[in-house]
Write a protein that binds this ligand. Structure first.
Ligand SMILES: Nc1ncnc2c1ncn2[C@@H]1O[C@H](COP(=O)(O)OP(=O)(O)O)[C@@H](O)[C@H]1O
Ligand SMILES: [Mg+2]
Length: 309
């Protein structure tokens, strides 16, 4: 194994009484598309800001691209592209002018400016909008422009803080497509997200909760950690169905998901007929009842629940 390009050891950060990041051990290999997944308040932004050299460490240590964050935070900056959760675009500047602004900021050689901006505009699908004011772009396009600006100095490491939050599903998919291309090109990417489904697009996933990394593995392994299989039911009497399911043998957990119930059982094939029978006996009806794949969201909720027990 090569040495990690991002490494933290028992890294903690306090804000007064709050421990935002709690003894974090993070080890990211070069070329990884690493998803830091967790709900609001988990400590994702704090972690990324520390790694970007923008926030001091309270306890523990960290290094990025071989530079210790406490000793050489300035040496880290040219190596990384950091996109803040609430990044600031220059709204009154055009797409092209924004790119030029960031090129200037990062001392991109003049001779390379034209080639780089046109390549990034094409890459981000913004070529047709080159002259448009940034604040007249859609939310999804603004995020792509922010990413293009983050890439202008060709950093080897990308730190992206919730780049797809609040973006429509189509733009989200396009954005992840761009990340996959960067990943294929060898860039190391650390991207945070509250969307569990995005974890499946990463090569490695770190589940973060209450400042801690509770799991770190490839997405398929996280899924496999969850014991059991999933059955989805669309009951008419949702509350009664839930109460009944919780009493049945082989049922680990019942989660509500929109109109349906997601029932985590030991063996779906074995429990399906028994659940049907119990519903009949209790005169409960349903629209659908079928085995369903376990989603990342359920895997995550289940892992947190284990933690709290
Ligand atoms: N500047 C700050 N001052 C005080 N508390 C903060 C500050 N930044 C973050 N926190 C707290 O630290 C915890 C983690 O926040 P954050 O890193 O923003 O999580 P996430 O990005 O996962 O939502 C939260 O409880 C948050 O309220
Ligand atoms: Mg955040």
């Amino acid at each position: 194994m090569t040495s990690p390009i991002i490494l933290t050891q028992a890294l903690s950060r306090d804000f007064k009484e709050t421990r935002a990041v709690d003894a974090l051990d993070l080890s990211i290999q070069p070329g990884e598309l690493f998803g830091l997944v967790g709900p609001d308040g988990a400590g994702k932004t704090t972690t990324l800001r520390i790694l970007a050299g923008l926030l001091d460490i309270t306890e523990g240590s960290g290094s990025v691209a071989g530079h210790d964050l406490s000793e050489q935070p300035e040496a880290v900056k040219p190596k990384i592209g950091y996109m803040a959760q609430r990044f600031s675009m220059y709204g009154e500047l055009s797409v092209h002018e924004n790119l030029l602004f960031f090129a200037d900021l990062f001392d991109v050689p003049r001779a390379e400016m034209a080639e780089r901006t046109s390549r990034l505009l094409a890459f981000a699908g913004l070529t047709a909008f080159t002259g448009r004011r940034a604040d007249h772009l859609s939310g999804g396009m603004q995020k792509k422009l922010a990413l293009a600006c983050t890439l202008i100095h060709q950093p080897e490491i990308l730190l992206l803080d919730e780049p797809t939050t609040g973006v429509d599903p189509v733009s989200r998919r396009e954005f992840w497509h761009i990340l996959s291309e960067l990943h294929a090109g060898g860039t190391t990417i650390l991207v945070s997200t509250p969307y569990m489904d995005e974890a499946d697009r990463c090569s490695m996933v770190g589940l973060m909760y209450a400042g801690r990394l509770i799991e770190c593995a490839p997405p398929a392994r996280i899924r496999a950690k969850i014991e059991g299989e999933m059955i989805e039911i669309l009951p008419h009497d949702w509350q009664a169905a839930q109460d009944l399911l919780r009493t049945l043998p082989g049922v680990f957990e019942v989660q509500t998901y929109g109109e349906s119930l997601h029932v985590l059982v030991d063996k779906a094939k074995k429990r399906l007929p028994k659940i049907k029978k119990a519903f009949r006996k209790n005169k409960l009806t349903y629209n659908g009842l079928r085995p369903a794949p376990l989603r990342m969201e359920e895997a995550f909720i289940s892992l947190i629940r284990d933690l709290e027990e």
